[in-house]
Design a protein around this ligand. Structure first.
Ligand SMILES: [Zn+2]
Length: 317
């Protein structure tokens, strides 16, 4: 199996070197993200390279080169592309309404009733199996690497979605590099979601005054600074955003969707005792803050109580 992974990685490298219009891979370095990733406006453009179509949701300049963060409107897969390789024109949610991406972004069942303050958005996936998600909220504790080894032991390309906070990433660059290496070698297939930059939280305050509902939260800054950091560290942000505490009012949900991000909840936060069922979006904290959830995850996997297969979040809706 190791040999197979090596040959796949080699082919990808050769392909990337041959074709300059292949998706861009950023190499992490000592230069601060703010100096490498500049001019980062949200856009919504329909792009074509003569071969395939994508939707661009951000433009940026990375190390002096104009890039796009693009979304495949059917698979929801994101990639960083050289702007020079694509012809783009402005589009709208209405014009793209029939794509799988826009249907996931604006699901009809959500608009029928006012959203809950906690856990709105995508909380359960379609079909069987489970969608494993891990939140990396700010902490000084080391990454729970055993959790990821456990996932990797399930087989190559085991999917997991990680909601990264910028403040975690800024202090855990080695842990992030370790995760990227797991993805590069094909041990894990990681979907990088954003979990805000500063992850505002005051212990003891009720939800409606806490997290992103604290006064003075700059939502765009929380979104974009985290995405820029993920890019500078060599990964590609996905279309998913998880609110700190899973807390958001309807204005916040609207704001996130306006930036073309799908709010990500969870129906099986293991540490809260919510058992997974088929299609569950399972939530754990592999940042060292919630060992009880990690232990439960391990036990559910070992006893066969975790619905299988583990599936990539892009398939959830
Ligand atoms: Zn969190």
């Amino acid at each position: 199996m190791l040999l197979l992974w090596a040959s796949v990685a080699g082919a990808a490298t050769a392909y990337g070197e041959e074709i300059s219009c292949a998706p861009v891979e950023i190499t992490p370095g000592p230069t601060p993200a703010d100096e490498r990733v500049r001019d980062y406006p949200p856009v919504f453009e329909a792009c074509d390279n003569g071969d395939e179509s994508r939707l661009a949701i951000r433009r940026m300049n990375v190390d002096g080169e104009a890039l796009l963060l693009t979304v495949d409107p059917q698979s929801l897969q994101t990639s960083l592309e050289r702007a020079a390789c694509w012809r783009c024109e402005e589009t709208s949610d209405a014009a793209q309404a029939e794509t799988r991406y826009l249907k996931a972004l604006h699901p009809t069942q959500d608009s029928a009733r006012p959203p809950a303050l906690v856990n709105a958005g995508l909380i359960q996936g379609a079909g069987d199996g489970a969608f494993v998600t891990g939140d990396l909220c700010p902490t000084h504790k080391p990454l729970d690497r055993a959790f990821f080894e456990k996932l990797a032991a399930q087989g190559p390309h085991t999917p997991v979605a990680l909601a990264v906070s910028g403040a975690w990433l800024a202090h855990h660059r080695a842990d992030f590099a370790w995760l990227r290496e797991k993805a590069r070698t094909g041990a894990l297939a990681i979907t990088w979601a954003s979990h805000s930059y500063s992850h505002p939280y005051v212990a003891g305050l009720p939800d409606r005054q806490n997290y992103f509902l604290r006064p003075g939260v700059d939502v765009d800054r929380e979104i974009f600074e985290t995405e820029k950091l993920i890019i500078a560290e060599g990964a590609t942000p996905s279309v998913f955003f998880r609110f700190p505490g899973l807390v958001a009012d309807s204005a916040l949900l609207e704001h996130i969707r306006d930036r073309h991000l799908i709010p990500l909840g969870a129906d099986s936060w293991l540490a809260l005792g919510l058992r997974p069922r088929p299609g569950s979006i399972v939530l754990v904290h592999p940042n060292g803050n919630e060992p009880v959830g990690i232990k439960l995850f391990s036990r559910l996997m070992d006893t066969g109580a975790m619905p299988r297969p583990l599936r990539p979040l892009n398939e959830a809706r």
